[in-house]
Ligand binder design. Structure first.
Ligand code: LLP
Length: 407
């Protein structure tokens, strides 16, 4: 929800841009920290969700670690104040250069995704006379009940090793002297809203850690990955995810042994609600069957709706500000208010809200019910703080998108 002051501030800023609500970001981070601290759990923020420096500075100030998936993310984490002992480095395709860089930085741990990668990290660590700490990413074969494009924990995904490869994994770990095995890592998918799924994950993790211990390997880190979802439909009524419920599932179902640390890699849940994409209507095209609103932002600024058919709430802030003031009039003069309401209702239209990019897939949403909209109206696409700005591109040689902050 945007205050009239914020909306009038937007009028004077060139669009499109990402608008960050830093107060909400801080509230969310505090809620996560309080819930995780209750059980002594460790959170490594999944930097891929958003690496805006202001966001990173806020996140590291709560003492979270960083989950990185490229050498540049490792560097950005350290440059933005995350201690290197709280950096983990995951990814199915780490290059030699990236591995060397992370070895030089003495990061906490590599989350390793294949047996061949174990060999490469061992060799590179040996050349530096170092021991690399490694956790093995295992596919738990748990269905995350989320969109198939962002499910990762099933067998035969490109990520991690499968359970039938574990004998080869322990053989490799025994053989390689420059690796120090610290634990096991899982990640079953993203935008998970059914917490029962995490119960199934805990059961698999318990089986897996018993298997490793039976084979003589002590586990000090259980890394459960990330994936906690957010409410894209109701950003105002449900702005902060249920961190308490989420961590409690792990407290109740994960078999944590003395001396073990439990790690989480949350991305979306920490940052998604804290930003909106703010854009203006360039053109209104009224057709015979359809009306189009052409915004000055498109798939180059925010690709989630186009790439994953993701729902993200779209609001006309200019008209809502107006509707809001008419609604308050309704409260004071009932009979006239009735006519206001029907007047407003008659001006709700259906629009396909599209971007300016030369691709027909460049559509945020079809058939959106909105107040009648006009050239120059300010629009917000909500819940855009995760996988928004970071996935922007320069396609069509668009300008790089900027950011505006609440304070
Ligand atoms: N850990 C690993 C190993 C991951 O692959 C991911 C996300 C995370 C943690 C953080 O997941 P989160 O808590 O944010 O769900 N671009 C897609 C989402 C891709 C997720 C990739 N991996 C989207 O916009 O929905």
């Amino acid at each position: 929800m945007f205050s009239p002051v914020t909306i009038s501030r937007f009028q004077n800023i060139e669009t499109p841009f990402y608008y960050y609500d830093l107060a909400l970001l801080n509230k969310t981070l505090q809620a996560c920290k309080t819930a995780a601290d209750r059980y002594g759990f460790h959170v490594h923020y999944a930097m891929k969700a958003n690496f805006n420096p202001k966001v990173l500075t806020a996140i590291q100030s709560y003492g979270f670690g960083a989950d990185c998936v490229s050498g540049n993310e490792v560097k950005a984490a350290i440059d933005n104040g995350f201690g290197q002992d709280k950096v983990v480095f995951a990814g199915v395709g780490k290059s030699d250069r990236e591995i060397n860089m992370a070895l030089d930085a003495d990061i906490f741990c590599f989350n390793v995704e294949s047996i061949q990668e174990l060999a490469v990290i061992n060799e590179l660590a040996k050349a530096k006379n170092k021991k690399a700490r490694v956790a093995i990413r295992i596919n738990p074969n748990v269905d995350a009940h989320t969109h198939h494009f962002i499910t990762t924990g099933l067998d035969e995904n490109k990520f991690g090793v499968n359970s039938w490869q574990l004998n080869d994994v322990v053989d490799a770990l025994r053989k390689y002297d420059n690796l120090q095995f610290v634990g096991i890592h899982f990640h079953i998918g993203s935008q998970i809203t059914d917490l029962e799924v995490y119960k199934s994950l805990c059961i698999r993790i318990n089986e897996m850690q018993d298997w490793f211990e039976d084979h003589g390997f002590k586990i000090t880190v259980l890394n459960t990955g990330g994936g906690l979802g957010v409410d894209y439909h109701n950003p105002d009524t449900n702005p902060i995810p249920d961190f308490e419920g989420y961590f409690k599932v792990f407290k109740d179902f994960l078999n944590v042994k003395p001396g073990q640390e439990v790690h989480f890699e949350l991305g979306r849940a920490l940052v998604a609600q804290a930003a909106s994409l703010v854009s203006r209507v360039l053109y209104v095209k009224n057709g015979q069957k359809k009306n189009f609103l052409v915004l000055d932002a498109g798939m180059t600024e925010l690709i989630r709706p186009m790439l994953y058919q993701a729902y993200m709430r779209i609001e006309n802030l200019s008209r809502e500000a107006e509707t809001g003031s008419q609604k308050s009039e309704v409260g004071s003069q009932t009979s006239e208010g009735q006519s206001h309401i029907s007047h407003l209702k008659s001006h709700i239209l259906k629009y396909d809200v599209v971007g300016p990019i030369c691709e027909s897939t460049d559509c945020f949403q079809k058939d959106v019910e909105l107040p009648e909209s006009f050239r120059g109206d300010i629009f917000a696409v909500r819940t855009a703080g995760a996988y928004g700005e970071v996935m922007a591109s320069r396609y069509n040689l668009r300008d790089a998108i900027g950011s505006v902050y609440s304070e």
